[in-house]
Write a protein that binds this ligand. Structure first.
Ligand SMILES: [Zn+2]
Length: 80
């Protein structure tokens, strides 16, 4: 999620899972986190809703460790 940090006077990304500040929005290209936007469709529990959230690297690691099957992993050929 995004929130305004009164101390640094900038909008920041905050992990929806643990509440830790991830990075300032204008510096987020150098931060490692998961940015998920899902538009739920017909026949889903959230039909017509868009869910958008941010997960820090630590919470992502914990999350995938709880999965039965790990995510598919491929090497990036071009680093952004
Ligand atoms: Zn987190």
């Amino acid at each position: 999620m995004k929130k305004y940090d009164e101390i640094i006077k900038k909008e920041v990304f905050v992990c929806n899972c643990c509440g830790e500040q991830i990075a300032a929005v204008d510096e987020s290209d150098r931060a490692a986190f998961l940015d998920v936007r899902k538009a739920w469709g017909y026949f889903s529990k959230w039909d017509g809703c868009i869910h958008h959230f941010h997960i820090c690297e630590k919470c992502y690691e914990k999350m995938i460790q709880s999965w039965l099957y790990p995510p598919d992993v491929a090497e990036q050929t071009e680093l952004m």
